[in-house]
Design a protein around this ligand. Structure first.
Ligand code: FES
Length: 155
């Protein structure tokens, strides 16, 4: 049995379709991560096309309701990316986001959502490589846990 066949059969045993390609929504701060993604593109870095970027003015703009709405509309994972702590264009937006989104993440985990489904990362405009690595890592994690089913399975 080849490695691909073994992986496919292991996924099937776990209930994850072998051809599963996750839909991931990434909220990206206009001032940092969005520029980092742009730089990754300019540098021709390859990363999975499973991630759709939604540009926001600041990570502090991301309301937890946006995350719930995305998951309920069929997204398999949500990523929120903002400026590094101390670098927020609006001074404290990412500190606000960090407090609010981390509490929200703990609440989601408490009700049964795997932590891989909702992640928060700080990526600057010059960190194209970090952006690419983050997208690859999140995509891999979501592929391993399978599709999100709002009415069953997780959460
Ligand atoms: Fe980037 Fe606030 S401006 S996180």
């Amino acid at each position: 049995m080849s490695v691909v066949e073994e992986t496919a059969s292991a996924k099937a045993a776990e209930g994850v379709p072998a051809d599963f390609e996750p839909n991931i929504l990434a909220f990206a701060c206009h001032w940092c991560t969005y520029s980092g993604a742009d730089l990754a593109g300019l540098n021709r870095m390859n990363y999975p096309a499973n991630v759709r970027l939604l540009r926001v003015p600041c990570s502090g703009r991301v309301n937890p309701q946006f995350v719930l709405a995305a998951l309920n509309k069929g997204v398999d994972g949500v990523l929120v990316c903002g400026c590094h702590p101390g670098d927020c264009h609006y001074f404290s937006g990412n500190y606000y986001a960090k407090r609010r989104l981390m509490a929200f993440k703990r609440m989601l985990e408490y009700v049964g959502l795997p932590p891989e489904r909702f992640q928060v990362r700080w990526i600057s405009g010059s960190e194209a490589g970090k952006f690419r690595d983050t997208v690859i890592s999140v995509c891999k994690q979501i592929k391993e846990i399978g599709p999100y089913h709002p009415s069953g399975g997780d959460a």
